[in-house]
Design a protein. Structure first.
Length: 438
């Protein structure tokens, strides 16, 4: 579909992904008059199954041609890719045609998230403020570097590791052990073949998400997430244990600097690399005493930030996505509720390392019946008896809106208290104040 054509009145849409982020996206798309039939790739997720038509072919890189055929047979005009892995695997390249739009970058643009070493070099070339860092493909060299330094560093697997490939070590021994886990024990597979060792930045961390249509950058409402498993930001990194919106840490001046010094130069640097970026550009930013600096980029909605931000979106997400794909973002004006939102992640026993599956889940319907509450399914399924059971690490996202962040937080925790499953993990300090530390 060319940029000169008007935004279609209704288009058959394929949503790729099966987590709480995709459930939240699906709920918005199902309500959009610009979306005709909604097809979902992961109908084993009960939340998604209620909102869309089940895709009946494999969803894998090895059999991508099957998904291409499915799109042709069902007149799919728009593909929305939720997770990062399909983007890095080239789903966007394969599924985008002259008559079919894809919301999400091609594999070349997805390198911004899938290859942290490449992203670091891109930022250096564009003078984008970020932590100083060096990449290593040899574990002995990485360990020697760590042993030669007195200051603390952050160690990152450079590939995709589901948000778990980052360690903020408390000691040299921890840092060395993590290098060996990544590079020798292959805990993260090929994602840990190379590690990036960065200086440790000080300050609050915030999430800035923007829609990008290759020419226009539309910054969405801000959010802040909590990546550590335990209260007080302790324990291992996870894919995210909760989020809230807006972030009380960001001033208008901060946002102006982030757009001017980070987002615009990043899109320009991608263009110089011959990359046309359409989709979500997500910057994880540390607000240091020297100003905002990039911690990492993602090329899709964050999870759970997506659930928190979309809870406040009052405009048509389908129209915004279509405008992004067609290069018409400059024609869109999005409205967000002045209310705040809070998202709590309920995780399974053993998450993030050895999540247990099959635990009976109760109380979801009671939570959903509460005012201002939405519950999005992540790792759930229906068993042979039709009962809802856990099926992954992060099980549910409980999202609340309220007049203030404290109000939204109180509502979210009240709703979460009505949900029960054996071994449920839940942080108790998500959004603990409007300037909560991430």
């Amino acid at each position: 579909m060319s940029q000169s054509e008007p935004i279609p009145s209704a288009v058959n849409t394929l949503l790729i992904g099966g987590g709480a982020r995709e459930h939240a996206i699906a709920a918005k798309l199902a309500a959009s008059p610009h979306i005709a039939q909604l097809h979902v790739t992961h109908p084993s997720n009960p939340g998604l199954a209620r909102l869309g038509i089940a895709v009946d072919v494999p969803v894998s890189k090895a059999e991508l041609y099957r998904l291409e055929q499915y799109c042709g047979h069902h007149d799919i005009g728009l593909v929305v890719v939720g997770p990062e892995a399909p983007l890095a695997d080239g789903f966007g390249d394969a599924l985008r045609t002259e008559s079919r739009m894809v919301f999400g970058p091609d594999a070349s643009g997805a390198r911004l998230e899938a290859d942290k070493a490449w992203a670091k070099q891109l930022m250096r070339s564009a003078s984008i403020p970020t932590a100083e860092g060096r990449s290593f493909s040899n574990p002995e060299a990485a360990i020697a570097f760590l042993e030669s330094r007195d200051e603390r560093h952050v160690v990152k697997a450079t590939g995709l590791a589901a948000g778990k490939g980052v360690l903020v070590p408390d000691s040299l021994d921890q840092a060395v052990a993590f290098v060996n886990e990544c590079m020798v024990a292959k805990r993260f597979g090929e994602a840990g073949t190379t590690v990036l060792i960065e200086e440790m930045l000080e300050g609050p961390e915030v999430s800035v998400l923007a829609l990008v249509d290759a020419r226009t950058i539309y910054v969405l409402e801000t959010a802040q997430d909590h990546k550590r498993l335990l209260d007080g930001d302790r324990g291992p990194n996870t894919g995210g244990m909760g989020a809230f919106s807006p972030s009380g840490r960001l001033t208008d001046d901060d946002l102006d600097r982030i757009q001017r010094d980070i987002l615009v130069p990043t899109v320009d640097a991608l263009k110089r690399e011959g990359i046309t970026f359409r989709g979500v550009l997500y910057a994880g930013v540390m607000l240091t005493p020297a100003g905002p600096k990039v911690l990492e980029f993602n090329v899709r909605f964050g999870d759970p930030e997506c659930q928190a931000v979309l809870a406040r979106l009052e405009s048509d997400l389908g129209e915004a996505i279509l405008a992004t794909c067609q290069g018409k973002l400059s024609d869109v004006e999005l409205e967000f509720s002045p209310e705040a939102s809070c998202c709590l992640v309920l995780a399974s026993h053993g998450y993030p390392d050895t999540p247990r599956k099959g635990d009976l889940i109760e109380g979801v319907e009671a939570a959903e019946a509460m005012e201002g509450i939405s519950v999005f399914h992540a790792g759930t399924r229906l068993d042979d008896s039709g009962r809802l059971v856990s099926a992954g690490g992060r099980v549910l996202s409980v999202v609340a809106r309220g007049a203030t962040i404290d109000d939204a937080r109180d509502r979210a925790y009240t709703a979460a208290e009505s949900i029960r499953f054996e071994g449920m993990q839940l942080r108790r300090d998500i959004a603990a104040g409007s300037t909560a530390k991430a």
